[in-house]
Design a protein around this ligand. Sequence first.
Ligand code: NAD
Length: 285
Amino acid sequence: MAKLLLAKPLVEKTTENLKKRCEKLKEGGITPCIKVILVGEDPASKVYTRSKKRLGEKIGADAEIVNLPDDVSVEEFTTTIAKHNSDKNVHGLMVQLPVPSQLSGVDIQSLISPEKDVDGATEHSLASIILGSKGENSLLPCTPSGIISLLKFYNIELVGKNVVIIGRSLIVGKPLAMLMTNYNATVTLCHSRTSNLMEHTQNADIIVTAIGQNSFLKACHIKEGQTIIDVGINRNSEGKLCGDVDFDAVEPIVSAITPVPGGVGPLTVLSLAQNLIETTEKNFS
Ligand code: NAD
């Protein structure tokens, strides 16, 4: 039976630490403040923004969802971002994706000040990782940062390990590949055009799936002793939340695995709160 890599103990420990740091900032006259811009009524986006607000408030920060209508104009959208960028009482700013089609041509990340980029998604934040940062010079993208924290928490070594990441998105796969390289892992980044996926996964020490397909990673892809990190958030045919891994088939074979829900998901929100406190301490106090 595999060790379950649960987010809960790490979330509890880190939340306590963030609460104390937030309290200290408040004693110095600064209340960390995050604004999450939500355009429209997408139900999943509403759930994600609410969980960000909840955790922000739990650590003692000000957390506000800025609701914009589904048909907001490009001008009103960019003006709203500019307003919060220049507000010295706002320390973290992010836009919940996806946005409606009239905003699809807007380079959203370039509008956000790098020091308020709590999502770790601006060019500045991403370029810092390529230049070798593990978060010293910039805010890290939330999901990759959460995965690194989870591996550290459960003492799973990255140095010299073969890591296979499946999925090359800009929010998970690509930055995670760079970040893990900075931790001295040997990383193979696979995607929909990879021709011999099974050969790669069977040679890995750690496999990360970030694809968005229920039961994609099966027993035939894996071997004993591996660590599996499942980033996927999907619904199965019964409407139940599940990841990219065929959990029932894979779990009995590998050494360690993240469940869905309860694995990577809560760490993404945790990283956002961590980025908020870090940038407030570093850039605004
Ligand atoms: P995406 O949806 O932008 O892209 C999917 C990626 O999967 C692409 O790079 C594609 O090349 C790859 N892919 C698709 N089919 C493939 C195949 N058959 N073989 C190999 N690779 C294949 O990626 P995303 O935005 O990173 O989202 C991926 C999943 O992770 C989704 O389920 C999303 O909901 C989830 N997600 C979870 C969190 C979290 O906090 N747990 C955060 C971000 C994304």
